[in-house]
Design a binder for this molecule. Structure first.
Ligand code: NAD
Ligand code: USQ
Length: 415
């Protein structure tokens, strides 16, 4: 037993979960990982392994024990299907907190085919509901920390800084203006993002009905690969997704620059998104664990993002650094080609987060990691492979100038 308490990390073999498990173990928490290794199996389906050679979960855990003297426990099961295992584990460990990363997290993968849509909904919604139901069944006062997404707010131009989960509005009641806070209207842009808005409703209900203490972290696009702990040994290296379903935009651009592939800008590259470095992801999660909501408090929502960038701007920055060519692909997604995004993140700043922002040094470090393993890359899996609708073409070649085809259907009353 360690000093700080016990934590269960659901999805602790994944890109965010693995460095978080190490960070918490290093900080003196007793960590148990649950994972069904579905992400490693999807690597096989997509014909693309992590660019970095990740060790097996057993080697990862043995290596961490050798280096740190701390053992992280591992349980192999599916949280969406093996409910009894969850209840038994919670009752056995009596954790102070559960961190929930265990979802299918790629928007393009969730849009691939009807079976991928159904898998994403079944896996994510059943998994989250099982966790909530199991906490209630055990009767334990466990703080649930969930990894949500900035995408629940939608990617239009909101015309205001995106608040942290709740929107203050005024309603007119009998001639008087009454101020109330409502959950920010959900506006998902993919089946995957939709599951996160449904998760939010589950949290709302279990918080209201059973008084569960829940923190939902609305995280932006994560970039980077290693953290202080994963750098300690090659067998602790974190995964690096680069193919077009799981690879996220900034890491993809850095990897593409490293292997001499043109940077794959979709549409005009006018999409603005929120970003966070993986090192800050693990710091934020520790801060969230250490600043749990009180019993009776509403679901606590943090925007876990440190800066916003336009996709085109990122491509130009990396092209300037490396001389990479920029190519423009027909956007496979049903998304606005241009949007403005301003995000509030006051709560993490108030808790002492000193954000890591994009710097030449950090970008170069990721390019160096990608260059080291470039022989493991398959160029064939870099162009887009999933589109949002059957009528949206998959552009495998790209062109030197933007192809400004917007696929957004105009629906009355839509944003
Ligand atoms: P990941 O796919 O690398 O990791 C998820 C892990 O959960 C995998 O190891 C997978 O095997 C496991 N898993 C999935 N379903 C499971 C199930 N039913 N039972 C047991 N294990 C299961 O994803 P990630 O990038 O680490 O993302 C983790 C969380 O953070 C996700 O919920 C994602 O929505 C959120 N998030 C990620 C990013 C990002 O840029 N990577 C950004 C914002 C939010
Ligand atoms: N894009 C390109 N070229 C590429 C890849 C992406 O132009 O090669 C564009 C996309 O069209 C999109 C933007 O970059 O406009 C971001 O795409 P992404 O794949 O980096 O991110 P996204 O699909 O939104 O999903 C990722 C994670 C997801 C998380 C989300 C946070 O996979 O788990 O929830 O980031 S957020 O975007 O803030 O909702």
């Amino acid at each position: 037993m360690s000093n700080n308490g016990r934590i269960i990390v659901l999805g602790g073999d994944g890109f965010c979960g693995w460095p978080t498990a190490l960070h918490l173990s290093n900080a003196g928490y007793d960590v148990t990982i649950v994972d069904n290794l579905s992400r490693r199996k999807i690597d096989i389906e997509l014909g693309a392994e992590s660019l970095t050679p990740i060790a097996t979960i057993d080697t990862r855990l043995d290596t961490w024990e050798e280096i740190s003297g701390k053992r992280i426990d591992f349980r192999y099961f599916n949280i969406a299907e093996e409910y009894r295992n969850l209840v038994d584990l919670f009752a056995e460990i009596e954790p102070q907190a559960i961190i929930h990363f265990a979802e299918q997290r790629a928007a393009p993968y969730s849009m691939k085919t009807p079976s991928h849509k159904r898998y994403t909904v079944d896996n994510n919604i059943n998994g989250t509901h099982n966790v909530l139901c199991a906490i209630v069944e055990t009767g334990l006062d466990i703080h649930l920390v969930h990894l949500g997404t900035m995408g629940v707010y939608g990617y239009g131009t909101a015309g205001m800084a995106i608040p942290e989960g709740y929107l203050g509005v005024k309603v007119e009641v009998e001639g008087q203006e009454i101020p109330i806070d409502i959950p920010y209207p959900p506006h998902p842009g993919s089946i995957y993002h939709m599951t996160k808005t449904l998760d939010a409703l589950l949290f709302y209900y279990y918080n209201k009905n059973d008084g569960l203490r829940i923190t939902d972290l609305h995280q932006g696009v994560v970039w980077g690969t290693n953290t202080e702990e994963t750098r300690l040994h090659p067998a602790l290296i974190n995964r690096f997704d680069y193919e077009s379903d799981y690879g996220t935009v900034l890491n993809r651009f850095l990897m593409q620059a490293a292997i001499g592939h043109p940077l794959t800008v979709y549409g005009t590259g006018g999409q603005t998104r929120a970003f966070i470095n993986i090192q800050d992801t693990v710091r934020c999660i520790k801060l969230a664990v250490e600043n749990a909501p009180m019993r009776g408090e509403r679901v606590k929502i943090f925007n876990q993002a440190t800066e916003t960038h336009r996709v085109r701007g990122l491509a130009e920055l990396i092209a300037g650094l490396t001389g990479a060519e920029i190519r423009y692909y027909v956007d496979p997604r049903n998304e606005s080609l241009e949007n403005e995004l301003v995000v509030r993140n006051d709560q993490f700043l108030a808790l002492g987060l000193n954000p890591i922002t994009l710097s030449e040094g950090l970008l170069t470090e990721v390019i160096e990691v990608a260059a080291r393993y470039k022989d493991r890359a398959r160029s064939a899996v870099i162009p887009p492979a999933s589109s949002w609708r059957a009528d949206i073409p998959l552009d495998k070649e790209g062109s030197s100038a933007p192809v400004a085809v917007e696929h957004v259907l105009q629906v009355a009353g839509g944003r």
